[in-house]
Write a protein that binds this ligand. Structure first.
Ligand SMILES: Cc1ncc(COP(=O)(O)O)c(C=O)c1O
Length: 417
């Protein structure tokens, strides 16, 4: 017997696996499983999470703290209800129809997506109210955008260029489709957005006059305000960045254009956008899990830490070597997207260092608490979008117990494009 190995839990797990029950008639049976990991896979395939614990999982893997996640969703939905702003949450952060559907159940009006592929994934999963926040410019993307509009009448896209409005109109006319379109207005981020004011209104008029397009409103995403440190500074930055959008919206209304939606915002500005910026809807995404970059921008009440939402996602790793003082090696490295700005859950003083493709180092000061060989160590990732992109499932946990598994879909590779 291996000294110190958690034998009791292994017995508990395999004992439960041998129970059969609902799995008896299945092709992937526990009887056929020859090792512990196959038992875990068989259990997940059958959605039988009884007696499945974090300690049974292979590492590195992504774990959702369901309690914290649900609290984050509730905080945002309460905020939306109280202020009247709607949520059309960004899915690029999580790429999970399970999460999108939970948000819809709590009152979201739809989702925002960065890519056509994300829109297709959400549409296939039965999600409605999808808005593509990047204008389609390739033949491939325009064709798929039209297909989405035909399939789902609540789908919409943005444009920031009259040329793209022409292309969409032509393609939509060819297919007999009607496409909902919002004008994307520059809001401090030079990657996209037409100049506010006259140019934006002219583009709105053009869309509105296009037979196969329907103008639904305006978008302005201030990606520079979202991570501005300090709530007052963020408020000012966001107000300045969105001033042009608001000016465009009021000019468009004066010109008699229909403005059903004014969309934008982020996790960092969610409690600024409704009150001061005049947005009708929020595209916040990261709040569902939070990451360490967001945690340190500071909030309205706590200037050092942004505590409005709780960290709900970790990368779980295992300590695999301990041969040097004040440090240990974990089984997560470049491939697991380990970053020096990641933080150890419950041990913020520990330094996280990258040691190669499959290895990471945790380092601590003399006298600090040690880690033991085989310990499970959970890390808060620095950036959600990139991290979730390299895992294919979320293990959903209440405390130590796994209660669900949600696939992360449409990730890296062709499926993402
Ligand atoms: C267009 C757009 N809207 C909204 C967001 C807000 O996302 P988050 O709340 O994760 O900062 C992003 C994030 O990059 C975005 O690209």
């Amino acid at each position: 017997m291996l000294e110190g190995f958690p034998v009791t839990s292994r017995r508990r797990f395999l004992g439960a696996a041998a129970g059969g029950g609902v799995l008896a008639a299945s092709s992937i049976s526990f009887a056929a499983a020859v090792n512990r990991n196959q038992d875990v896979e068989a259990r997940i395939a059958h959605r039988d999470f009884k007696n499945l614990y974090k300690e049974d999982l292979p590492t590195p893997c992504m774990v959702v703290d369901l309690g914290a996640f649900e609290k984050n969703l509730k905080t945002m939905s309460d905020h939306c209800r109280n202020t009247g702003i709607k949520l059309r949450g960004h899915v690029k952060v999580h790429k999970s129809p399970d999460i999108a559907k939970r948000q819809l159940a709590l009152g979201s009006i739809g989702v925002t997506c960065a890519t056509v592929a994300e829109c297709e994934l959400m549409a296939r999963s039965g999600v409605t109210g999808i808005l593509l926040t990047r204008q389609p410019t390739s033949k491939n993307n325009i064709n798929r955008t039209i297909a989405l509009a035909r399939r789902e009448p609540t789908f919409g896209t943005v444009v920031d260029d009259p040329l793209v409005a022409n292309w969409l109109q032509e393609a939509a006319a060819d297919e007999g489709a009607k496409v909902r379109v919002a004008v994307d207005v520059y809001a401090g981020l030079t990657r996209h957005g037409i100049a506010p004011g006259e140019s934006a209104v002219e583009l709105g008029k053009k869309v509105s006059a296009s037979k196969n397009l329907k103008l639904i409103g305006f978008m302005g995403y201030s990606g520079t305000a979202s991570h501005t440190h300090g709530w007052e500074e963020r408020k000012k930055k966001s107000k300045d960045d969105l001033a042009g959008l608001m000016e465009s919206v009021s000019a468009a209304r004066k010109a008699g254009l229909p403005v059903e939606i004014v969309t934008g915002g982020s996790t960092g500005t969610y409690n600024i956008d409704a009150e001061s910026n005049g947005l009708t809807e929020l595209q916040a995404g990261s709040f569902v899990f939070m990451d360490t970059l967001y945690r340190h921008i500071g909030g309205k009440s706590d200037t050092a830490v942004y505590t409005d939402f709780d960290p709900a996602l970790t990368v779980m790793t295992t300590v695999i070597s301990k041969r040097h003082p004040n440090q240990c090696t974990i089984d997560a490295g470049n491939k697991a997207l380990l970053r020096p700005t990641d933080e150890v859950k419950g041990r913020p003083e520990v330094k996280v260092e990258n040691q190669g493709a499959e290895y990471g180092i945790l380092a601590w000061k003399d006298g600090d608490r040690d880690f033991k060989l085989g310990d499970r160590v959970e890390l808060y990732p620095s950036n959600l979008d990139m991290s979730t992109n390299v895992y294919d499932r979320y293990y959903v946990a209440r405390s130590e117990q796994i209660v669900d598994v949600w696939p992360i879909m449409g990730r890296a590779g062709a499926a993402q494009r």
